[in-house]
Design a binder for this molecule. Structure first.
Ligand SMILES: Nc1ncnc2c1ncn2[C@@H]1O[C@H](COP(=O)(O)OP(=O)(O)OP(=O)(O)O)[C@@H](O)[C@H]1O
Ligand SMILES: [Mg+2]
Length: 259
């Protein structure tokens, strides 16, 4: 069997929320098919519905019209086959790194669990920090632990909601490289939400550009750049500019002065 082009398939997704007693539409007619192993980045302005879309894919919120289907099965609840990483690390402050990760494991013997936790601590580059508590970790290290926790149940899909938004520029670049390495070694399907355009161009096979009120998919851009990607090469900068253009097109801003 070849790689299915619609391993993850979102069809006719409409989502509504209520504000001051009035129903408003957050997501409108979202249709998207994702290949197994593909890296998708979703970009869009704050409040356009990126997290809402990710939560629908995760099965954390299923009150919507339309459907999300993964590997032929409709998503109706959160499952171990989909791991999630949030903007803040969401580690338990009272557990150390290895206990935070093993907390989500409920299958296997004590020995098997220990092995899995060790493997994932190593995968995210946290060896030596097994016994550290969240308050003893830097922001980047805590996010590494969050990624290990999301991966330890060997999900098919990793969903990341602005995972590096709170990190400084240097740590962010390092984490982007790490996520890319993990994507290459583990081959998981990854969907990462960001409002950092450089991050999206660096990581994605395809970039989904959303517009706001209601959130719709405005455009999907293929990023056919060779690896390793170089943030300064002309092709990289051309895609970056194309995406900025999508955002600023309506405002008639001369891009050469803003980026
Ligand atoms: N539980 C909720 N109840 C009511 N409205 C909500 C709820 N969650 C989100 N919203 C609203 O839905 C819209 C989309 O929110 P969402 O969090 O998906 O945006 P986002 O694109 O992730 O933004 P950001 O980049 O700031 O994280 C916003 O207007 C938000 O106020
Ligand atoms: Mg969000």
């Amino acid at each position: 069997m070849g790689v299915s082009s619609d391993y993850l398939k979102i069809t006719g997704l409409n989502k509504y929320f209520e504000k001051d007693g009035e129903r408003f539409q957050v997501l409108k007619d979202i249709n998207l098919s994702v290949r197994e192993g593909e890296f998708i980045c979703i970009v869009g302005a704050s409040g356009c519905g990126k997290s809402t879309l990710l939560r629908a894919i995760a099965g954390l919120d299923t009150e919507h019209e339309g459907e999300v289907v993964v590997d032929g099965k409709r998503v109706t609840k959160p499952e171990k086959t989909r791991g999630m990483v949030f903007q803040e690390h969401r580690l338990f402050p009272w557990l150390n790194v290895e206990d935070n990760i093993s907390y989500v494991l409920n299958e296997g013997s004590k020995e098997e669990k220990k092995k899995k936790v060790e493997k994932h601590i190593e995968l995210v580059g946290l060896k030596g920090f097994e016994k550290a508590y969240p308050k003893q970790l830097s922001g980047g290290m805590a996010q590494r632990a969050g990624i290990a926790r999301a991966l330890v149940n060997q999900p098919e899909i990793l969903l990341l909601d602005e995972p590096f938004g709170a990190l400084d520029a240097f740590t962010k670049i390092q984490m982007q490289q790490e996520v890319k390495r993990i994507h290459h070694t583990e081959g998981k399907t990854m969907i990462l939400v960001t409002h950092d355009i450089d991050e999206a161009v660096y990581l994605a096979d395809r970039i989904v550009i959303m517009s706001s009120r209601p959130g719709t998919i405005k455009r999907v851009v293929n990023v056919e750049l060779a690896e390793p990607r170089n943030r300064n090469n002309e092709e990289f900068l051309a895609i970056r500019k194309l995406i900025f253009n999508e955002f600023f097109a309506e405002q008639q801003i001369d891009l050469d002065y803003v980026i």
